[in-house]
Design a protein around this ligand. Structure first.
Ligand code: SF4
Ligand code: SF4
Length: 409
């Protein structure tokens, strides 16, 4: 996509600590210059995504959390002058520590939406034995095709990125889990693996939502159940998203920080596309670039887990994989009729019907006792509910309340 005139870069673009600004109004920056950093280990660096002048630091509302956060605004000079990226000639000579340092310096996070800092995932606790790497080639929701596009256009870089992760973690079992509706990606990556003689295995996976959820994927690929409240690490697995693997290649081989990603723009859009977009580009620019909408509400993310946007000036960030425009629905919640559909569809084996009832009565301890924290927020229960109960929204309230109570203790 064409470069925006201005980028807005929230300092909180990862699930850990927010970065602190390293620049101030009037500073000149190049594309790829470091502009935000945190002292916390669980955080990710932030880089300028265009060259130009810092206009200032403003506050924006994070559309995912609803909280205010600081954002650096850079007016582009239109030149896209890059910082001095340092490609590595012989990557095989790098130590594991050097590879992890390059990934950290590039500000890479999980790009499937979780935005967990990748360098942290590459340093597992000493008591955990990791023997399996799973590439998540299952698009997390219907409509989204950005990872599919990345597999087709950057397959060799994705494989090289996975090779680096496997090297750092000394993993021998590398599986590329790809949904079976992406036949060309399965064929393409299998061919590349063969040509480059990687010891990786492509596993076609039945296309069924929410296959992209880490725990579901681990169970499907290696038949191991991630424990309640646990991580794939607890069963010896690491899951990495397709775009994250490609970003690792860019960082280590090319010395390039994470400044852009592929975003699907789809739904009620005149010309739906996958676009390579610089972070900080306002949502409105993407929609205009695709010819505008045919009406409806704008969702950041997919139809099941995405969040409706009230300000199209909000920017694309590291975790944004899709902008979806869909018909706006007015839904009236009614009483639960105990039909059990939400229970049938829950991939985590939970009893979603309980949570709205508990939350309405403030019974958060009962939510916890009913394993609400194990919910992956896939939205399948809400989608299936004939009483139109926004179950996943109640679940989010319960989770936040549990975290708040834990913190106040
Ligand atoms: S959102 Fe609903 S269906 Fe999905 S994991 Fe949570 S409780 Fe289960
Ligand atoms: S699907 Fe809706 S109506 Fe049916 S049991 Fe679940 S919450 Fe109740």
């Amino acid at each position: 996509m064409t470069l925006p005139e201005k980028v807005i870069l929230p300092l909180q673009q990862n699930i850990g600590a927010p970065a602190a600004a390293l620049v101030k109004k009037g500073d000149k920056v190049k594309t790829g210059d470091k502009i935000g950093e945190s002292k916390s280990f669980v955080s990710a660096l932030l880089h300028a995504t265009v060259s130009g002048e810092v206009e200032g630091i403003i506050q924006v509302i994070n559309p995912a959390s609803g909280r205010l956060c600081d954002a650096i605004v850079i007016a582009s000079d239109g030149l896209d002058t890059t910082a001095d990226f340092q490609p590595v000639k012989d990557v095989s000579a790098l130590t594991n520590e050097e590879i992890i340092a390059k990934i950290k310096d590039a500000g890479i996070v999980g790009m499937g939406g979780a935005t967990f800092p990748t360098h942290v995932k590459l340093v597992p606790p000493k008591d955990k034995i990791v023997d399996t790497l799973i590439m998540n080639g299952c698009e997390c929701e219907p409509y989204i095709t950005s990872d599919h596009r990345v597999m087709l256009e950057y397959g060799d870089k994705v494989l090289a990125g996975l090779g680096l992760i496997a090297k750092v973690l000394s993993i021998k079992n590398v599986y590329l889990a790809i949904e079976d509706n992406k036949e060309n990606a399965i064929e393409h990556l299998a061919k590349l693996i063969d040509e480059a003689k990687y010891n990786f295995q492509v596993i076609p996976i039945k296309t069924r939502y929410p296959m992209g959820a880490e725990k579901t994927l681990v169970k499907t690929v290696i038949n191991k159940e991630v424990p309640i409240g646990g991580l794939p690490l607890d069963v010896g697995a690491v899951v990495q998203n397709v775009s994250t693997a490609k970003a690792i290649y860019d960082a280590v081989y090319e010395g390039k920080p994470l400044i852009e990603r592929v975003v699907t723009v789809t739904g009620n859009i005149k010309t739906p596309k996958n676009l390579l977009v610089r972070f900080g580009t306002p949502i409105k620019n993407l929609i205009d670039y695709c010819g505008g909408t045919t009406g409806g509400e704008v969702i950041m993310g997919g139809p099941m887990m995405g969040i409706a946007q009230f300000d199209l000036g909000f920017p694309i960030t590291k975790g944004t994989n899709c902008i979806l425009v869909k018909d706006a629905l007015t839904i009236k919640e009614s009483d639960c009729i105990n039909c059990g559909r939400c229970v049938e569809v829950c991939p985590m084996g939970l009893l979603p019907t309980l949570y709205p009832k508990y939350v309405k009565k403030g019974r958060y301890a009962d939510c916890k006792a009913s394993y609400v924290e194990n919910c992956v927020e896939c939205g399948a229960c809400t989608y299936s509910c004939p009483a139109n109960i926004p179950i996943v929204q109640y679940i989010k309230i319960a989770k936040k309340e549990i975290i708040k109570r834990k913190a106040s203790k």
